[in-house]
Structures are given as structure tokens and as C-alpha cells.
Design a protein around this ligand. Sequence first.
Ligand code: 13P
Ligand code: SF4
Length: 387
Amino acid sequence: MTWVEPSSTATALLLLGRGADPASERGVDCPGDLPEPSDPDLVARATAAKAALGDRVFVLGHHYQRDEVIQFADVTGDSFKLAREAAARPEAEYIVFCGVHFMAESADILTGDAQRVVLPDLAAGCSMADMAVLAQVEEAWDTLVDLGVADRTVPVTYMNSSADIKGFVGRNKGVVCTSSNAERALRWAFERGEKVLFLPDQHLGRNTAVLQMGMTLDDCVLYNPHKPNGGLTVEQLRNAKMILWRGHCSVHGRFTLDCVTEVRDRIPGVNVLVHPECRHEVVTAADYVGSTEYIIKTLDAAPAGSSWAIGTELNLVRRLADAHPDKQITFLDRTVCYCSTMNRIDLPHLVWALEELVAGRVVNQITVDERTAYHARAALDQMLALP
Ligand code: 13P
Ligand code: SF4
């Protein structure tokens, strides 16, 4: 396994096409007329609206977005790159974020007061981010305070968390990380404390601690927010180096060790490349692991004729297969697996959001209150300043 250092909303369901996203349901969040998906003029309308807005709008697209949306992105990237790009566009009046809610919140925090961030469909959330609620995290922290270990604990939150969790982490002198800099964030944290409270993705936390930082599985404990003391003994909480929040991604959680074994049997010589949100046994059995940006770069650099099984979201895997006809690229699971909330952003929503901006109306604006933004920004800036 090679791990190269690369780098309230709806719940994510697994199997999703347009069928699970009926027009009546989509219309709920959107004042005004949402174009029909069958409208043959959608591409022309999006092109015209973007041209009318010119430099006033900047469209960011996460790698998991649909093709129909990604074609209109001014820049595409993983969550780290998109956060940096959002922060680097002070001239854009509107940032249209084709991604999910926590990404748009981070963009709002990192952009200027006069800039407005728009999420074309407010139902584009992240089930993992929803697994850590501020009140639960504060309760967990109080437990650590009572045990006398909070002052030796540094909170680290994955980008996939709400702004108020990032605010909590900023208030308590911690840092945000993404899948492309989790190791650097953990090294930074362990220079400042003896323990880390890692939120909310247990898998990214465990995979980084064990496979990149040389810790053992015994150094990690799993904190269940639905149980007193996280379901852990005082001894376990005192001894652990990594206190992992019990959150996970439902999309990456679908990949199992059986998927890896099956694809290796089916395609001799296949390279297995997965996202670090996958379970520990899957990441351990894989050949390569990294963020979405890393996955793309790895495929770009791969020799013609090589075979790859990719364990991440399907829009990205399909796009990679189309972009590399000289390589054999397959999806790691035999079952179709989109991120349903990423998929909420479709062309009708994008056209609607852009045309409303042309008409002078800002729809689906994402705003983070000043106090939360102040503290969350400290944790995000700390991430952007990591060596
Ligand atoms: P990346 O930062 O690798 O783009 O991951 C974001 C995400 O949500 C993966 O599920
Ligand atoms: Fe959240 Fe998983 Fe979707 Fe990423 S793939 S946005 S972690 S539900």
C-alpha cells in the first residue's frame, strides 16, 4: 500500500439517479421556476447566464459533480483546492459552489464580506458532516475536561463538518484538515498536544494515524456520541492517542475487502486506488490511497495499458474512464454508487441559480454567522498555513 502525501442538510443515500430526485421534491427549496431537466436549451441557458455575469461570477466544481454541471465550472478540485480557490477570488461578486453544504460554508468563511456564496440546491448536504452535532461535540469535550485531559488534547476536524464544528475546533486551538493534508494536520496537532479528538470521519482519522503516522490500532478509540462517555472507559479515554468520532461516509463505506479481493481475482495485475474515507481494511489492502485530486493525478501519470479499480464516487470514476480510453478503469464495487447529495446539483438547479443572479436576485445564499465564522476561520487559516 502506497500512500503518497498529496495532497442541516439531507442524508446521503447510496443508489441514486434522477429517479430518486423527483422534480416536485427538487422544487421545494427553490423559489421561482426551476427548469425541467428535459429542457433542450439548458446548456445554452447556462452558457448565456455565465456570459452575462462575466467576471462577477466564479463557479467552483467538486470532482464528484455530474458532467452536465462540471462543464460549467471555472475550476474543479478536491475540497482543499476548492477552499484555496474560493479564498483566492476576491474580485468575484458571486461564488457559485457546485459541491455540498459544508464546502459552501467554508467558501463563505474564506471569502470577503461583500462576496456571496450560492449553493444551487440547498439539499446538497453530506451525511458524514451531519454525524457530528455541536452539542454532542461540546459534551464530549466536557468529558475530556472532567477527566483532566482536555488541555492535552487538540481537536482536528475534517473539512466535511459543519461551520459550527469548525468554529468549536478554532475556539479550542485546533485545525481543519482535508483528505490531502490529514497527515500534516495530525503532525501539527501532536506537536501541540498528546491526544487528538478527530471529527467526524473515523476512517480518515484511523487510516492517517496508523498508515501514515505509525500509530497502532490500539492507540485509537472510537467515541460513540450516543453513549455516556462515548461508550468508553475512563482508562481508554486517558490512554488513547486518537479519539475518533463515530462518523463515516456512507458512499465510501460501501467498499469492502471482498470488493478488493474480487477485483484482484477478476483483473490480474489491477492497481487498486481508493479514497482514505474507505474502511481501514480496504485502505490497507489497496495499492494507492489519496484524495480525489490525487486519484486524478495518479491516473494521469499511469502508463497506457495499465488496469485500475477505483474506490470513490462514481461520477468521478466514470469521467476518469472516459478521459483514459488507453487504460482499463473500473469501479471498485460492482454496485452503482453515487453520492446522492453531490448529485442534487444538476443542470436545472445551476441554470436557475445563474439566471436568478443575472436578474439581480441571490438565491440559496450560504451564510455563516459572524462569531462562528471568526473561530472557524482560525481553524481553516491554520490548515491553509500548514507546511
Ligand atoms: P476530497 O477532499 O478528496 O475531494 O474529498 C471530499 C469528499 O467529500 C470525499 O467524500
Ligand atoms: Fe459526504 Fe461521502 Fe458525499 Fe463526500 S461522498 S460529500 S463524505 S456523503
